[in-house]
Design a protein around this ligand. Structure first.
Ligand SMILES: Nc1ncnc2c1ncn2[C@@H]1O[C@H](COP(=O)(O)OP(=O)(O)OP(=O)(O)O)[C@@H](O)[C@H]1O
Ligand SMILES: [Mg+2]
Length: 336
């Protein structure tokens, strides 16, 4: 069962190959190995990796073996707050001590550079084993890449389908991503080339769907959701995030005005057999902080900071549940 055994100074690393998905058995084995080794070699840093035989039988999907979870943030309609959710979720997870990366896959209208306060920055290029690699930028503890760092936003508009796919593949394969707990992918709205390239390039752990509460947004969100659920795609929907659920004026924090109706997020969650993970109010400070490049989640003790921290906890739990109960996702193979 033991593979890839390596000792390098104080570092001991190896894999255990299991043919069972049983979570309690995995945990027991993991703990026993850790304890036994740590007892014998108190100084050692132990890196133990549990592999499923089903991983191996799979398609050799280890494009980003250093990334534990690849999370897509999707929606049907534009402007419902995917980028706002992606950015604040990334910052809130990083604040909890997790290692987080963020890919701005909205290649036509990249908004992450503005929201992360990184406008005008250019990523470094490093030569690694004879290949050029892009080094993601860093803000608020999150590693970020966006087409906005590479071309001007006006230029991005003229990019065409196949080139878009190529760019996203480069962000995944040609970036020097460090070890990450979460790599969050902020998608453009709908179901297009970018979504297709994504599921063909990496095994996406799961998707979160962002919607506003009204019926028209829900109808479009169902289409976006169904793309992930196609029999040859099978990316699980891990939850629904309802944004702009109600409006709360800054000066009347106790008031809720349901500008866009009610219940859309809940309905979508039922349709996808997932959960409504959070309802985010429409508050002016969220928009302002996005434009100013200081995401609301940065201020952890503010009201919105707490809302995003809570959302991060829900997301973590949804991902954990998925990993314990479902098989790893496989990359979609296209037959041509
Ligand atoms: N909860 C909120 N309260 C106030 N403003 C918000 C909220 N969520 C999003 N916004 C604002 O709404 C606008 C659209 O949000 P955002 O860019 O995140 O949407 P999107 O779904 O990523 O859009 P696109 O489809 O264009 O990528 C932004 O100006 C953002 O600041
Ligand atoms: Mg966006």
């Amino acid at each position: 069962m033991v593979e890839d055994f390596q000792v390098d100074g104080d570092k001991i690393s190896f894999s255990i190959v299991l043919n069972s998905q049983d979570a309690s058995m995995k945990n027991a084995l993991f703990m026993t190995c850790q304890e036994t080794l740590q007892h014998e070699y108190p100084e050692a840093q132990i890196h133990l990796h549990l592999k499923m035989t089903s991983d191996q039988a799979g398609t050799g999907d280890s494009v980003l073996p250093q990334v534990k979870n690849i999370i897509a943030v999707a929606s049907g309609k534009g402007g419902v707050g995917k980028s706002t959710v992606s950015v604040n979720l990334a910052v809130a997870l990083a604040k909890k001590g997790l290692k987080v990366g963020l890919i701005d896959a909205d290649l036509y209208g990249p908004s992450i550079p503005t929201m992360m306060g990184l406008v005008g920055n250019r990523p470094k290029i490093e030569l690694l084993y004879g290949k050029h690699k892009i080094v993601p930028l860093e803000a608020y503890g999150v590693h970020v890449i966006s087409v906005g760092f590479i071309v001007d936003p006006e230029q991005a508009v003229v990019l065409r389908g196949p080139r878009l796919g190529g760019l996203l593949r480069q962000f995944i394969q040609d970036c020097l991503w460090p070890e990450l707990d979460y790599l969050i992918i902020d998608l453009p709205p709908g179901t297009g080339d970018v979504q297709l390239t994504l599921v063909q390039t990496i095994p996406v752990t799961g998707a979160f769907i962002v919607t506003t509460p009204q019926e028209v947004a829900v109808v479009d969100a169902v289409k976006a959701m169904n793309m992930f659920l196609l029999p040859n795609v099978q990316v699980p929907i891990l939850g629904v995030i309802e944004n702009m659920s109600w409006f709360t004026p800054e000066e009347l924090p106790g008031h809720k005005y349901y500008l866009f109706g009610k219940g859309g997020g809940q309905r979508l969650a039922e349709m996808s057999e997932s959960r409504l993970l959070g309802q985010l109010p429409l508050v002016q400070s969220v928009q302002q902080s996005g434009d100013e490049g200081v995401p609301a989640a940065v201020h952890a003790d503010s009201i919105m900071g707490q809302v995003f921290a809570q959302l991060a906890t829900e997301v973590e739990q949804a991902v954990e549940y998925r990993n314990e109960h479902f098989q790893p996702t496989r990359i979609v193979k296209v037959e041509s």
